[in-house]
Design a protein around this ligand. Structure first.
Ligand SMILES: NC(=O)c1ccc[n+]([C@@H]2O[C@H](COP(=O)([O-])OP(=O)(O)OC[C@H]3O[C@@H](n4cnc5c(N)ncnc54)[C@H](O)[C@@H]3O)[C@@H](O)[C@H]2O)c1
Length: 261
């Protein structure tokens, strides 16, 4: 998407978590290409700084740990101050670990829920109060294919992402009267650092090669290739645009057809 296709987005301001790398970085680039000024908030402050410098166009970097209320409050305040406002909130930060369900530890369960579920709750609530107060804006949460179907070796991650869709639907109903839309994207097998880590873990847990795992991902994908972060980012931009004005409470699959309902 090299040319702006949603001119109404130009001049809007976005708060985006997990923007230092992967899908978040692609979303930041795609929003910036539409003329949106983006605050990239990430626990990896150096990655956020590099990303903001690369993007330019008013992008700023902010360090945040989405697991902690005080950290999200101060990061969102910093974004408001540095961008001069906020109309778009992208809660994208997430983590995964892999383990057989019967071997899972409390620590793995808590880690996935703290970042993936509490992180979305805190980001949506704190930024949502601002959007509701001004009576305009939209929220897009990054859920997952694993929010629609339970994924083996990812039971805890799946549970944390199913929760994101429940939260997204309920919040969409609560904020609709204030004119705030709340949606989620559900990516499939996306080529990022998270995927590289998961391929190694899965290969080790199943006793097969990393190449076999990768080939299985592609074989499960009707459109026949691995997903790119840009595939997700373009849909997120659409959800932020006025073309999606009558969409709220949705969990949009962006999976190349891996999951179809
Ligand atoms: N890669 C995939 O196949 C895939 C599929 C479906 C959904 N997702 C989801 O997409 C989102 C982005 O994943 P990705 O693949 O780009 O992963 P990634 O590991 O490449 O990027 C995740 C980003 O989140 C940041 N982050 C992690 N913990 C944080 C915290 N506590 N506070 C703030 N930032 C934090 C990381 O520093 C990193 O920049 C996640 O929510 C993930 O669950 C990914």
């Amino acid at each position: 998407m090299s040319q702006p296709v949603f001119p109404e987005l130009a001049g809007r301001r976005a708060f985006l978590t997990g923007g230092g790398t992967g899908i978040g970085l692609s979303i930041a680039r795609a929003l910036a290409a539409q003329g949106v000024a983006v605050a990239l908030a990430d626990i990896d402050g150096a990655a956020a700084e590099r990303a903001a410098a690369e993007i330019g166009q008013g992008a700023v970097a902010i360090e945040v740990d989405v697991r902690k209320r005080a950290s999200v409050e101060s990061a969102f305040s910093a974004a408001l101050e540095r961008l001069g406002g906020c109309e778009i909130v992208i809660a994208n930060a997430g983590v995964s670990t892999m383990q057989k369900a019967l071997e899972l530890t409390d620590e793995e369960w808590d880690f996935n829920f703290d970042v993936n579920t509490r992180g979305i709750f805190l980001t949506n609530q704190i930024a949502g109060r601002h959007l509701a107060g001004q009576g305009k804006g939209c929220i897009v949460n990054t859920a997952s294919l694993a929010a629609k179907v339970g994924a083996p070796l990812l039971a805890h991650y799946s549970a944390s992402k199913f929760a994101v869709l429940g939260w997204t639907q309920a919040l969409a109903r609560e904020l609709a009267p204030q004119g705030i839309r709340v949606n989620a994207v559900c990516p499939g097998f996306v080529k990022t650092g998270m995927q590289s880590r998961e391929i190694e873990w899965e290969a080790s847990l199943r006793g097969i090669s990393a190449e076999q795992v990768f080939n299985e991902y592609v074989a499960q994908t009707p459109l026949g290739r691995i997903e790119t972060p840009e595939d997700v980012a373009d849909v997120v931009v659409f959800l932020c645009s006025d073309s999606a004005r009558f969409m709220t409470g949705q969990g949009i699959n962006v999976t190349g057809g891996v999951y179809m309902t």
